[in-house]
Design a protein around this ligand. Structure first.
Ligand SMILES: C[S@@+](CC[C@H](N)C(=O)[O-])C[C@H]1O[C@@H](n2cnc3c(N)ncnc32)[C@H](O)[C@@H]1O
Length: 344
């Protein structure tokens, strides 16, 4: 078997396993079938050939699923739509596969075009994983928050304070919010804390406007088609975004932080944060981000502290994501911000 095909097949199967673990039997099965087809040099190879040069972290398998889902959502693939739950279908992966495979033949050029864009999942659920970090900074400093998100995509997690979080031990946020997290916490963070966001900014290399038709289509296309609860959270977040629009700046994270952190704002605690972002940044870019944050923390004037919050894949075999605040591991969660376990 040629090496590029083996590399790609491994990536599809790894993603299939993650999809199974994260509750998407449809995507898990379609990706397994796609890996089999790839190894037979079928239409999947026709679509993916050339992409084997990418880093594994570029999430090619999710971009493939997102590209096809987009064509389902925009009515290009009505037959596949009959199988996809996001368009009212039954989710039968066996029946969907033949139609999926044919779509790769019929729409090869368009799908390859879509594959050229980066993975554009903006997962609202990650706000539940980050919540405890924001509340902790507000609690420790007693200051209102200035939040700076890098790799913000459509900025949905920049509006985390407009969402409602419910747990067995308390709740936080607007009870009438169209975004309600009711099953996100195994061990919740302390919720009896107030936090006031007074400034919010974000950047992304490929920002999405969630209030535009095209932006909403991109965001929906990256939700796994049989995960309707995630789709509902996204729709709620888009509704909130329409009522409080702001722009995500199209600029590299390092440049954004160097500029923004050079302007401390007295009387606020700045929280620099990101989620499922750092894997997309090359080593040199990571160093630049790190240097900007460490420099700002070192030189922060009195009354303008800088904190660093992130939720990124952990190192353990358990496949849990780690939530870190400054140097401290403060919690873990699954990739989409569910099963949050806050540490004492
Ligand atoms: C998988 S998405 C995650 C989006 C969001 N943080 C979330 O958790 O839902 C990663 C985002 O990082 C952005 N990105 C990658 N490299 C970047 C860079 N150097 N500067 C700014 N954004 C970047 C991508 O465009 C993409 O929108």
């Amino acid at each position: 078997m040629p090496e590029p095909i083996e590399t790609l097949a491994r990536r599809l199967r790894r993603q299939a396993a993650w999809c199974a673990e994260l509750g998407s039997p449809l995507y898990s099965s379609l990706l397994e079938s796609a890996a089999d087809d790839l190894q037979l040099e079928g239409p999947v190879w026709g679509v993916l050939a050339g992409f084997e040069e990418e880093q594994g972290g570029a999430a090619l398998a999710l971009r493939l699923m997102g590209a096809v889902h987009r064509l389902v959502l925009d009515d290009t693939l009505p037959e596949l739509a009959r199988h996809y739950p996001s368009t009212g279908g039954g989710g039968d992966a066996g029946a969907a596969w033949a139609v999926f495979r044919q779509a790769l033949v019929d729409h090869r050029t368009r799908i390859r075009e879509l594959l050229a864009s980066s993975c554009q999942t903006n997962e609202v659920g990650r706000s539940a994983a980050l919540l405890g970090g924001f509340l902790e900074v507000a609690h420790r400093t007693g200051l209102p928050l200035r939040i700076l998100e890098i790799g913000a995509s459509a900025g949905l997690n920049l509006r985390w304070d407009r969402y409602r979080y419910e747990s067995s031990e308390g709740a936080w946020g607007d009870a009438t919010s169209p975004v309600r997290f009711t099953h996100s916490f195994d061990v919740p963070p302390p919720m009896n804390r107030s936090a006031d966001v007074v400034a919010r900014m974000g950047c992304d290399l490929e920002p999405i406007d969630p209030t535009s038709t095209e932006g909403a289509l991109i965001l929906r296309s990256f939700i796994w088609a049989d995960q309707l609860a995630r789709m509902a959270l996204l729709d709620g977040a888009i509704e909130i975004a329409a009522g409080m629009p702001f722009e995500i700046e199209r600029v590299d994270a390092g440049a954004f932080l160097e500029r923004e952190l050079a302007r401390p704002v007295r009387g606020t605690a700045t929280v620099v944060y990101h989620s499922v972002f750092i894997q997309y940044v090359p080593a040199i870019g990571r160093q630049r981000i790190q240097a900007a944050i460490e420099g700002a923390q070192r030189t922060a004037p009195h009354g303008a502290p800088v904190h660093y919050l992130r939720m990124e894949p952990g190192q353990s075999a358990e496949a849990r994501f780690e939530i870190r605040l400054d140097d401290e591991l403060v919690g873990t969660s699954l990739a989409h911000g569910t099963s949050v376990r806050w540490l004492p």
